[in-house]
Design a protein around this ligand. Structure first.
Ligand code: AKG
Ligand code: FE2
Length: 466
């Protein structure tokens, strides 16, 4: 098989496997260890790290030690003896075999330190590491149809500090045990400490990636992330100490996390909270009005999966307005509103996927096809919405073929809106209130002639709207 065929096969048939692992390195700049100088790169300089401090409890837990990596120079030094103490304070690392934890130095020869006994100044989030891993590994997890995750982000949970020392530290081929249902992989961070050998080899099916960190081990933080089902091994460390931090990677609902039952972010801290609270208590709302906000970001709100994505994929101010209203106990819905210019709003009962109406309609009779289109798009006519802003992004809600002097394609657009009301449950309530008020009764056909709506007349080639 040629290389092109091989790549093409990987891309076409095994998309989920093409990105089973990723990794990189961050240079450690010992010359920039000045607390008053920002260590975050300017655009012309690659990101680098300050030296890394490790604090740990001695074996008898009587004292706290610390060492700063990397250690300069080859001769004997205080820092070198501290490093030896760190290695000495580790206990032998076990591994899972079946349901038991076993110590077997022919399989794994390493030291470990548990979370309660150490702390380090290295934080993966400082370097955008988590976002890199999210971009590389998460899409395949999400595109796996059997996977029910609707997760949008990763959390790296620090798990252990390990030391693999020369001349015989190693870990034979194994698969990590996921420690919860949300764990999708592991992250290994190699701290700046000189060693030889000790490659991490990660395999998935016939593919294999070799993370050979030895050459720059003394000056760089190096990292690798991989899926839980990847077999991996660490070849023999022949010299020095290979010091790693391992993390469990969990897929979690982070985007839209403010909408979770127990959000980490408190909606009350958002500056708009008080404003919305008092607006919703105003007399207007007491009279049965509701608030409508046109979403300020573009969402594919007429796609087939819009119903699943929204409101969780709301962004920025849209997410904030939604979350605050929800937190205040109001009923909040994300719905489409047709781009009709009338004295009332045509609000969809849910986020409808775009529809192409196949009936050919006579171009000369605009009002007739409005009558014919509307049954395809479940909606309510509403006149009690107080709009707080103007619309931004329209998206094709309906398209239909017409024939007049020449065949053409007409479009009706919709906007995604957030509707906040102080009663009932969003959509249904909108309709009930409307019919009570007699808005948009079905006898109202005469006035349909005035409907001004946006139409895009295009030639036949344009008919594929999706
Ligand atoms: O240190 C490494 O590169 C991998 C460590 C590992 O496989 C483990 O801790 O399970
Ligand atoms: Fe492992």
């Amino acid at each position: 098989m040629s290389q092109i065929d091989r790549l093409s096969e990987l891309i076409c048939t095994q998309q989920s496997k093409t990105s089973f692992t990723c990794g990189g390195s961050i240079a450690v700049r010992t010359d920039k260890n000045d607390p008053d100088v920002s260590w975050v790169a300017n655009p012309t300089e690659p990101i680098h790290s300050r030296p890394i401090n490790i604090f740990w409890a001695s074996k008898d837990k009587a004292e706290v030690n610390n060492v700063t990596l990397p250690i300069d120079g080859d001769g004997e030094s205080d820092e070198k003896s501290k490093l030896r103490k760190l290695v000495g304070d580790c206990s032998p690392a076990s591994f899972g075999r079946g349901l038991t934890d076993v110590l077997d130095e022919t399989y794994r020869r390493a030291g470990k330190m548990n979370l309660e006994d150490f702390a380090s100044s290295f934080q993966p989030a400082d370097f955008g590491l988590i976002q890199h891993i999210e971009q590389t590994l998460l899409p395949s997890v999400l595109s796996n149809k059997e996977n029910s995750f609707q997760a949008k982000g990763l959390i790296a949970e620090l798990y252990k500090l390990n030391v693999y020392s020369g001349p015989s530290g190693h870990f034979k081929a194994h698969v990590d045990t996921p420690r919860s249902g949300s764990q999708i992989g592991s992250l290994v961070v190699s701290l700046p400490s000189k060693f030889s050998g000790g490659s991490l080899i990660v395999r998935h099916g016939a593919e294999q990636v070799d993370f050979d960190w030895a050459a720059t081990s003394g000056s760089h933080v190096q990292w690798a992330a991989f899926y839980s089902d990847c077999e991996h091994e660490i070849t023999k460390v022949t010299d020095g100490h290979r010091i790693t931090l391992t993390y469990n990677l969990h897929a979690v609902d982070l985007v839209g996390g403010v909408l979770l039952a127990n959000p980490v972010i408190d909606p009350k801290t958002l500056p708009l909270y008080g404003l919305i609270e008092s607006l919703m208590r105003s007399t207007e709302i007491a009279k049965g009005k509701r608030i409508g906000i046109y979403c300020s970001h573009a969402y594919a709100h007429t796609s087939n999966i819009a119903k699943k994505r929204l409101p969780h994929h709301l962004k920025g101010s849209d997410l904030i307005l939604y979350a605050i209203s929800k937190h205040l106990g109001y009923s909040v819905s994300v719905l489409p509103v047709l781009d009709y210019d009338r004295g009332f709003d045509v609000v969809g009962t849910r986020l409808h996927p775009h529809r192409n109406i196949v009936n050919e309609l006579d171009d000369e009779e605009e009002d007739r096809y409005l009558n014919e289109i509307e049954p395809y798009w479940d909606h309510r006519r509403v006149s009690n919405i107080i709009w707080l802003n103007n619309h931004h992004h329209g998206e094709g809600a309906l398209s239909y073929a017409t024939y007049g002097n020449q065949p053409s394609l007409g479009w009706v657009y919709s906007h995604a809106v957030i509707i906040v009301s102080d009663e009932g449950d969003g959509v249904t309530e909108v309709s009930e209130t409307d019919s009570e008020e007699g808005i948009g009764s079905e006898n109202d056909i005469g006035s349909r002639r005035d409907i001004g709506f946006r139409r895009k007349i295009s030639s036949d080639e344009d008919t594929d709207s999706e």
